[in-house]
Design a protein around this ligand. Structure first.
Ligand code: 3PY
Length: 250
């Protein structure tokens, strides 16, 4: 399948991405067209995006040369199936809090005999392969990421990294909250380092959510291969506030 993110990751290159929380094809296209953006996360967990927006958003991102990755609200197989059928090049599943949950996610994302995904990919943007060949190609090429954001997942990280996923994606805010530790403090950074080391040991892509370029650069330098740069709503909020301060001095 023609999946820019898969190509970049397989080549061992760094993959910077954008994060879409607003259900706007104009914003999705604008982010996807930005030079060097390889993937755009379509956030149906916390964003304002729902099931009916997925097809248009995924297709406009793909048409502009980036990979649409849908973050589903939960690990339910029917949510996973609908996101992939709408044209996602990959999935992000939040709160993958144990190896058992991760095994369920892998089953839901793969066609038989590996998993249980039902066949209905008529609207995917990643086809390029017609007929039965799609199932094999989808099982091989779609980029499946799970979010590590709970102490139990950190505890089971070695086992999680041996499952059939591609990307181990840290959600740093939820991780700090669920661990009950300070964001960026010693215990938080130690958990992040442990996840990074396990991903590298088991040849999984280590990835992490970042809110700005400074955080992203730090994580790339630390060894993460896939990192978000910022979100649509954070860009709007911070850029507008900065211009307002310049204009009014306040
Ligand atoms: C987190 O930091 O918890 C995330 O999931 C990013 O949205």
């Amino acid at each position: 399948l023609n999946i820019p993110l898969r190509q970049k990751l397989d080549a061992g290159e760094l993959a910077a991405g954008g994060w879409l929380t607003l259900p706007s094809t104009a914003i999705a296209g604008t982010i996807a067209r930005t030079p060097n953006v390889c993937w755009v996360l379509i956030d149906a967990e916390h964003g304002l995006i729902n099931d009916t927006h997925l097809y248009d958003l995924a297709n406009v991102v793909a048409a502009n040369g980036a990979s649409p990755i849908v973050r589903v609200p939960a690990e339910e197989p029917w949510l996973i199936k609908r996101a992939l059928d709408a044209g996602a090049h990959g999935l992000m599943v939040p709160m993958a809090n144990s190896a058992e949950i991760v095994r369920g996610i892998v089953r839901a994302t793969k066609y038989p005999p590996v998993g249980i995904r039902g066949f209905g990919p008529m609207f995917t943007s990643a086809t390029g392969v017609l007929g039965g060949g799609y199932a094999t190609a989808a099982n091989r090429d779609l980029v499946i990421s799970v979010q590590i954001e709970h102490p139990q997942a950190v505890e089971e990280i070695e086992e999680i990294c041996q499952e059939g996923i591609d990307v181990v994606f840290i959600g740093p805010f939820d991780l700090a909250l669920s661990m009950g530790v300070e964001f960026g403090g010693e215990a938080h950074e130690a958990a992040i380092a442990k996840i990074l080391a396990a991903a590298q040991k088991h040849k999984k892509v280590a990835a992490m959510f970042c809110l700005n370029g400074e955080q992203s650069a730090k994580r790339f330098a630390q060894g993460f291969q896939m990192v978000s740069v910022t979100t649509d709503i954070d860009t709007l909020t911070s850029a507008f506030a900065a211009e307002l301060t310049t204009a009014t001095g306040k």
